[in-house]
Design a protein around this ligand. Structure first.
Ligand SMILES: Cc1cc2nc3c(=O)[nH]c(=O)nc-3n(C[C@H](O)[C@H](O)[C@H](O)COP(=O)(O)OP(=O)(O)OC[C@H]3O[C@@H](n4cnc5c(N)ncnc54)[C@H](O)[C@@H]3O)c2cc1C
Length: 399
């Protein structure tokens, strides 16, 4: 007789677990509280879907910080190459962009999802049950609430891919933490990850900037430096390099109520070269125009420089050149978790065996963003979801 697995959560984790289980000969009932699958995946697709990264595993895995050891078996057994092959078989060809980032060639998240659902729905042993909200777990039993009913099901085999706690409108509202806590499962508190940070701008500056890009900068925090661009917003800063360092910023703010980052506004010039250029005669140019022409500083860079330094800095050119290379900016707090791209926290690894099975309830598994690992954006999140789902299915087969 065909064994049935109940999967809850129709994000990448639950969908991938479903695909693998069907391939291995299980029947799958997939439940989600939303009326359609993959809401967060669709949102991710709006800003360029970075599916994974083709860095060598040794480098790739460092993105998972203190959870590298726990993530290694999953990432080894279902690697970035495996993901690209699987996507290719689904009909989604990928390409490797700058710094190894992998994107779909022509198909966006919508097409990917549609191909994926088509493939699942073509299997007679698959059924999707939208509009079913998990409301309670009890040893071996699960309870769903629908618009007009409460459903109690026996679930000897269960996979939960309930996601994190950011962008709750997508269905990933993190309210499941209470349901699992009631089962005596330790859940590490959710925290925003890959998020913007608040700064104390003056009201003048706040009015002046309305989401302006700070291009070609180097952002340094402690021993890490990242080149690129980020956005200055009325509340503070956001964008690639900020997200990349968000775990470290947040940890520092938790310890010291603030994090001081340094911005190199002119990473292509040395301090000496900048000083040499500033010392050239400005002619009839104002100092701002002189800086723009000689050091190639954009209007927003000059405004930021003026916002964050004393007026006297502009009279001492040696100090000015130094400040252009190392402009200190204080980050006060992360933006709310609802706005974050992802969240840290979730089901503690202490509760899980090597296959992400709940030690307190054998046969029940968790995977994806709901588990207590995190990573920067850049494909590390999705790869982590796919790989942990793969590991879970390995675990189910071993039972
Ligand atoms: C704007 C944005 C851009 C992103 N860009 C990228 C990117 O480029 N690359 C990358 O790697 N990652 C990116 N991510 C992150 C990535 O989308 C997530 O890490 C990934 O979707 C997590 O997958 P998951 O299946 O674990 O959870 P989710 O995708 O969050 O899915 C969880 C599912 O569980 C369901 N659910 C939750 N609670 C219940 C309940 N009680 N009952 C029933 N169903 C429930 C939800 O409705 C949801 O469908 C981005 C995220 C955002 C918001």
């Amino acid at each position: 007789m065909i064994k049935n697995v109940i999967v809850i959560g129709a994000g990448p984790t639950g969908l991938f677990a479903s695909s693998l289980l069907l391939k291995e000969g299980f029947s799958v009932d997939l439940y989600d509280q939303k009326t359609e699958a993959g809401r967060k995946l669709l949102l991710a697709g709006k800003s360029g879907l970075n599916l994974t990264n083709n860095l060598a595993l040794d480098s790739f895995i460092t993105a998972y910080g203190c959870r590298q050891k726990q993530m290694k078996p999953s990432l080894t057994h279902f690697s970035q190459t495996d993901l690209r092959l699987w996507l290719n078989n689904l009909g989604v060809k990928t390409f490797v962009g700058s710094s190894g980032a992998v994107f779909p060639i022509s198909k966006g998240a919508k097409e990917l999802l549609s191909l994926w659902m088509k493939s699942l729905n073509s299997n007679e042993y698959f059924k999707f049950h939208p509009g079913h909200r998990l409301v309670q777990l009890e040893k071996d039993y699960i309870y769903f609430k629908t618009d007009n009913n409460v459903l109690k099901l026996k679930a000897p085999l269960l996979v939960m891919g309930l996601g994190g706690a950011s962008y709750p409108t997508t269905g990933s509202d993190g309210t499941w933490h209470k349901i699992l806590k009631d089962m005596d499962i330790t859940i590490k508190p959710f925290k925003p990850m890959n998020c913007g940070f608040e700064c104390s701008w003056s009201s003048f500056f706040k009015q002046k900037v309305n989401r302006l890009p700070l291009k070609n900068i180097k952002l340094t925090f402690q021993d890490q430096s990242i080149r690129g661009e980020f956005m200055i917003t009325p509340y503070g800063i956001e964008g690639g390099p900020v997200y990349r360092l968000s775990r470290e910023f947040r940890t520092e703010i938790e310890k010291n109520n603030k994090a001081i980052v340094f911005i190199d506004l002119s990473p292509d010039l040395t301090k000496g070269e900048i000083l040499h250029r500033i010392n050239r005669s400005p002619g009839k140019n104002s100092l701002s125009n002189h800086l723009r022409k000689q050091v190639n500083l954009s209007t927003i860079k000059i405004s930021l420089l003026r916002e964050l330094t004393e007026k006297s800095t502009f009279k001492d050119f040696t100090l000015l050149a130094q400040t252009i290379k190392q402009l200190p900016l204080i980050l006060k707090s992360p933006r709310p978790i609802e706005e974050a791209i992802s969240s840290s926290g979730g089901v503690s690894f202490n509760e899980l065996d090597d296959y992400f099975m709940l030690k307190k309830n054998p046969g029940w598994f968790t995977a994806g963003e709901m588990v207590d690992w995190d990573a920067p954006t850049g494909g590390y999140l999705l790869q982590g979801c796919f790989s942990t789902a793969f590991r879970v299915v390995e675990g189910i087969q071993k039972l």
